[in-house]
Structures are given as structure tokens and as C-alpha cells.
Design a protein around this ligand. Sequence first.
Ligand SMILES: [Cu+2]
Length: 138
Amino acid sequence: MAMRWLVAVLAIAATAVLIYLFAAFPYVTDAEVIVTAPDVGMLSFTLVNPSIRTVCLTEVEVMEPTGVKAELHVTEIRDGVVTMKPVDKVCAPPLGRVRLGHMGYHVMLMGPLNSSRYAFLLRLDSTTLTITVETQRR
Ligand SMILES: [Cu+2]
């Protein structure tokens, strides 16, 4: 009888863990806007995926300020030359993370980057995230 209860409790706990792992939402840490040239910069951040499914970022929209365009890029070295090209998505593995920064994947920003506050809408395959970034003007 006690054994049957134990099995039932374990089954319920295992189901709860599975539901949590499937439903756990991705989030963003260490977001930063880096301006590299007049009207050119990048949004750098880490996309954390606590779920057991792969989560892919498919689009970034700049909500604030207006007039700034964002593109998902990857940096590649071809024939000794550093080039970048647009990509359709950037994915974080199950229970993993992906860093978007200077090299490798990044979010390219094009437009007037003289704001002290930025707001972005990140479209993921399963959900959307909004992040705001404050910058110190130097
Ligand atoms: Cu780029």
C-alpha cells in the first residue's frame, strides 16, 4: 500500500518536472547596446533557454527609438577577411544559452543610435520577449 503511494507521488512529481521543463520560458541577460560607428551598432545579450526544447530567435524589432533597423547576423572569416551575413535564426540549445555579441552571432543595429534608452521586441519561435537597455552617454 505504501509502495503504491510512493509510486503515485513520484509519477506526479515527474509529470510536474516535465511540464515545467516544457513550459519554462527563455529569458535574456547582460543586454547592452554598443555603438561602433555613426549609425551602426549592435545589441549584445545572452539568450538563456531553461526548457528542454530548442528555442530560436527569429527576428528583432526596435520599438524605441524609431528609425533604427535590426538584423540578425553571423560573423565569418572568409579568405582571412572578416565578413558578416544575415541569418534566419539564432538558436539556444535545450537547457543552454547562446551569446550574441561581437564575434559569431549578433544583432546589427542601423540608424540613429544616439538614444539613452532602447526597447526591443525579440520574436522567438514559441514566444516574444521585450527588453529595454539603458546606455550611458559618454
Ligand atoms: Cu553585423
